[in-house]
Design a protein around this ligand. Structure first.
Ligand code: PNS
Length: 159
């Protein structure tokens, strides 16, 4: 049985994430979404909010579960008894950023391989930080995130 971890900040979860999650859930028997608690950058949403939104948007996928982690990703992968880390690649810049991380993680835990999925082209421009930037200036995020996420963010930020 294969169990994969899809880690991220998910601040907030975007349509690009959801597409990758659905595709990864087809490939692996079990998929654990790992929400990083403390990334060094101050998240807009609390850990509980990020988990709650992820649970809402993936509630119909039976082999997906959501958990949070703090500290090193490979330690979380170990605790989850997973053997694969899934990350999405939107652009060549993502690849340049992700490759050394994958290599470092592999050096730290040779049981866990990183698998990259190419982001669907229609989502490759979407990022959580872009969504937050748009929100700051009352921009329209409805094409970028699931409807329940857009509604939640609008309510939270009172826009
Ligand atoms: O959604 P993000 O912010 O791009 O996700 C980044 C994430 C969570 C994958 C990355 O920051 C991470 O793995 N953080 C945990 C600390 C860690 O293990 N760092 C790698 C050391 S080689």
């Amino acid at each position: 049985m294969s169990r994969a971890v899809f880690p991220g900040s998910f601040d907030p979860v975007t349509n690009g994430h959801v597409d990758l999650i659905r595709r990864a859930a087809e490939i692996f028997d079990e998929l654990v979404l790992g929400v990083l608690v403390n990334s060094g950058k101050e998240p807009l949403l609390t850990t509980e909010e990020r988990i709650g939104l992820l649970e809402q948007v993936t509630g119909d996928i039976p082999n997906v579960q959501v958990a949070s982690f703090d500290g090193l990703l490979i330690d979380f992968v170990d605790r989850m008894e997973a053997d694969v880390i899934v990350r999405g690649l939107r652009t060549p810049a993502d690849y340049e950023y992700e490759l050394p991380l994958a290599q470092a993680n592999y050096r730290l835990n040779r049981k866990a391989d990183t698998v990259f999925l190419a982001t669907a082209p229609e989502y490759s421009y979407i990022s959580s930080s872009g969504v937050k930037e748009l929100l700051r200036y009352q921009g329209d995020i409805s094409q970028m995130v699931p409807a329940c996420v857009a509604g939640y963010m609008k309510e939270k930020l009172n826009t």
